[in-house]
Design a binder for this molecule. Sequence first.
Ligand SMILES: Nc1ncnc2c1ncn2[C@@H]1O[C@H](COP(=O)(O)OP(=O)(O)OP(=O)(O)O)[C@@H](O)[C@H]1O
Ligand SMILES: [Mg+2]
Length: 363
Amino acid sequence: MQKNNRKGQSLDSVKTTDEFVEETTGEFDEKKIGVGIDFGTVNLLVYVEGQGIIFDEPSVVAYDRASGELIAAGFDADEMTGKTHDKIKIVRPLRDGVISNIKAAKDLLKYVFSRVNIHASNTEIRAVLCCPSEVTQIERKALLQLPVQLGINEVYIEEEIKSGLVGSGVDIYTDRGTMVVDIGGGSTDVGILNLGDVVLSKSLRMAGNFIDHEVVKYCKQHLKIEVGQKTAERIKIELGTVNLKKDVATMRVAGRDLLTGLPRHTEITSRNVTEILIPVFNDIKNLIIATLKDTPPELCSDIYYDGILLNGGVSLIDYAAEYFSEELGLKVRVSSNPLTSVVLGTKVLLKTRGHFLKDADTE
Ligand SMILES: Nc1ncnc2c1ncn2[C@@H]1O[C@H](COP(=O)(O)OP(=O)(O)OP(=O)(O)O)[C@@H](O)[C@H]1O
Ligand SMILES: [Mg+2]
């Protein structure tokens, strides 16, 4: 890979993913089909070379309890969340960014691959699987087992912050330091990259799901109503803002009255949600500060000029970039595609062979 010295490039002047692909297409076995997998705690995205993003649905499966058979996956299984009877078991394969149920993870991937049928033509597959930066060796091994068990023997794992930056159109193969903060469903990952690799990263197992739980707790404690996880997520997305000066919005939510046990509705305001969000955003800000404190001064200087990129679904919270910018006194912007950038990055990383984090130990 040719090193491209880019002096003073701001994160505003970025390239499109396609431009990178053109630049980085190397000479290697083109017969294999590249598959990129962003197995997130909340969403699973799969990219197949030549086909684009062929799957973008919740990371959820539903089983028949008696037979153990898979009865739904993705959107269909997610719709059942919180509404199933005893005969159906809903399983989320990942918790806090890492696989907690390997069988469910495998079943979900099998389901995805059966839909695209890429095995049919006997085509060999090269897969890149994105993972959080702070996975342990054991967690990494569990991740690697997945594609291998599906018959894919060329597997690479890559850090999702790196793939997310590439998928956001940032040229990471330069000698300038770049900072990314990915606030996903299960974890927040902060990283500094330079010359195509992660120089340093820190992670917090606190992100979108944690906020949803805090919304449920808040409704119980302050509004005396019990709401489901899906309702809590809707409240977060529709009312969530970290702008203390914004006009107050309200939303009607229904659930179970904690005193009577009967269904009822109540109103929740955007101020209530801001109250829930600020402590979480404050913890993320402290993680960014802790990362910057460990960053070599030369790279700090680059970050001062170029700013920070926010990625992951929670970066879509209203005023997220402005909040961090005001708190840190740095330029901050949100990726143009915070929910798909990680998998879009694999499109490039599949081509830049040799620049993966680590080759798979598929023994
Ligand atoms: N518009 C929005 N506003 C606020 N939050 C949102 C919005 N859209 C999605 N989210 C939240 O973003 C989270 C999912 O983000 P993402 O898909 O980046 O996570 P993930 O990759 O599955 O998780 P992780 O990387 O932590 O394993 C969910 O908690 C979801 O509720
Ligand atoms: Mg993610």
